[in-house]
Each structure stands twice: as C-alpha cells, then as structure tokens.
Design a protein around this ligand. Structure first.
Ligand SMILES: Nc1ncnc2c1ncn2[C@@H]1O[C@H](COP(=O)(O)OP(=O)(O)OP(=O)(O)O)[C@@H](O)[C@H]1O
Ligand SMILES: [Mg+2]
Length: 238
C-alpha cells in the first residue's frame, strides 16, 4: 500500500485554484521529485498535503486512509513533516531551541535521542548548537530546517526548494543527508527541487507540474533518459 496517494487532487486559496486534477502515489522508501517552473503549484501541493492550504477536490490518503479533511496537527501525528520553502527558522532562537520546537508533537522522552540523530547527520549543527539561527550560513540554516523537521521522527518528509540560494557544495551535503536517511532508515521523501539533474540523481519517481497540472509522472529512470523533454516541461535551459 502506498504511503501517500493523491487522487484527482485540487487545492487553492479562496476562489483561486492553484493545482487541479493531480494524481500520484509515493511508496514507502521512495523519493519522489516534484518539479516544475515558478508558480506551477509545487509549494501549494506540499502545503495542502500538510493541511495548511485548502484541498478543494479529490482525495489525499496516507497508508490507504483518507485524510483529506484531517486537521494539520493530526497529519503531523501520522508522520508527515515539512522543510518549508525559505526555511522559516526561528531566527532569534538557537540551533538547539529550533530543534526542540520541531519535536513538539513527540514525547519529551524522545527529545534526546532525536537530537542525537540530527547531530549525527549534521555534525556542523552540533558544533553550533548554542548559536542563533540567524547567524548561521545559508547551508547551515537549510541543515537546521531539515533537522527541525526530523525532530518529529517523520515517516514522510516533504522538502520544498532544498537548494534555493545555496552553493553547490552545500546542496550536495543536504542531498547526501536526505539520501542517507532514505537508504539507512527508509525515510520516504517528496523533494521539490529547482535543479532537475540533482533531483533525478536521488529520486526514484518524478512528477512535473506546469500551471497547476501534472504534465509528466513516472519513474526517474525514464525521465533521466530524456532530460531534454523534462527541461521543456520544467522551463529549465538544456
Ligand atoms: N497565499 C496565496 N494566495 C493566493 N494565491 C497564491 C498564494 N500562494 C500561492 N498562490 C498562487 O498559487 C499558484 C501556485 O503557486 P506556488 O507557490 O504553489 O508555486 P510554486 O510551484 O511553488 O512556485 P515557485 O517555484 O516560485 O516556488 C501561483 O499562481 C501563486 O500566485
Ligand atoms: Mg514554491
């Protein structure tokens, strides 16, 4: 059974429909890359899955259970977590304080173990544990945003624009961490990424959105064979 399934899914804001007729499934242990040009509806989809943007039609299922109308907090309890676009850290809190906030839905007894897991994944965060989030480099802030999401011990991690504004080396460090989580712990991931090649290197499945509609959905292997076609969908230069 798929961990996440969207069927004929539409979402939007008030009267405005941002995404319509979207269907895809994500199996446990898979990474799905959600690609598409600016304004395609990637963030709206991610936020609607989390329960922060209104689902207007269709169904959203987790483990085969219809959660279309489930409040956001309960989706977190089901094991969904997001690394939001722009990171949205608490800039005047320290690294550790940001991480502790991320674990709010978990028992206090799990906090130490989850902190140790994040620090093992990102030793740079361990070294900077008392530093304010605002004083971190962009790459370190992205590590902290990922770490904060991991503090809820999710089964499905939704990552929106991992590489935005980061140097390639930092992007690789963050992607390597996601790959490690996927391989070692079978963490299931939906990855919104501007860089098509990088996304295809880590993903097993791909879904491309354009103007709120799915224009390509299938295995990453098929997409890798025809990157030019994919670029024509995503609007990237080939
Ligand atoms: N809060 C909002 N209120 C109304 N419309 C919105 C809101 N947020 C996004 N939209 C609209 O929804 C559509 C999809 O935007 P969305 O942010 O989901 O795209 P995106 O694929 O994430 O783009 P980008 O690559 O620039 O991040 C756009 O037309 C956008 O203007
Ligand atoms: Mg976006």
């Amino acid at each position: 059974m798929a961990l996440l399934e969207l069927q004929n899914f539409s979402c939007g804001y008030g009267e405005m429909v941002a995404v319509s007729g979207l269907s895809f499934t994500v199996e446990t242990g898979d990474i799905l890359a959600l690609l598409g040009p600016n304004g395609a509806g990637k963030t709206s989809t991610i936020l609607a899955i989390m329960g922060h943007v209104q689902i207007k039609a269709g169904t959203l299922s987790v483990d085969g259970r219809d959660v279309t109308r489930l409040p956001a907090l309960q989706r977190t309890e089901l094991g969904l977590a997001v690394v939001p676009e722009g990171r949205r850290l608490f800039s005047d809190l320290t690294v550790v304080e940001n991480l502790v906030v991320g674990g709010y839905s978990r028992p206090r007894a799990d906090e130490k173990r989850n902190l140790a897991r994040v620090f093992d994944l990102f030793p740079r965060l361990a070294e900077r544990r008392g530093q304010l989030a605002a004083s971190l480099s962009g790459g370190e802030q992205q590590m902290l945003a990922i770490g904060r999401a991991l503090m809820s011990a999710p089964r499905l991690l939704l990552v929106d624009e991992l590489s935005l504004g980061l140097m390639p080396k930092m992007v690789d460090l963050c992607l390597d961490a996601l790959r490690r989580l996927n391989q070692d712990e079978r963490l299931t991931i939906v990855l919104v990424e501007q860089n098509t090649e990088r996304a295809l290197n880590v993903a097993q499945q791909v879904c491309v959105l354009a103007s709120g509609r799915s224009v390509f959905a299938g295995p990453a292997e098929a997409a890798r064979r025809d990157v030019d076609l994919l670029h024509s969908y995503t609007g990237a230069a080939s």
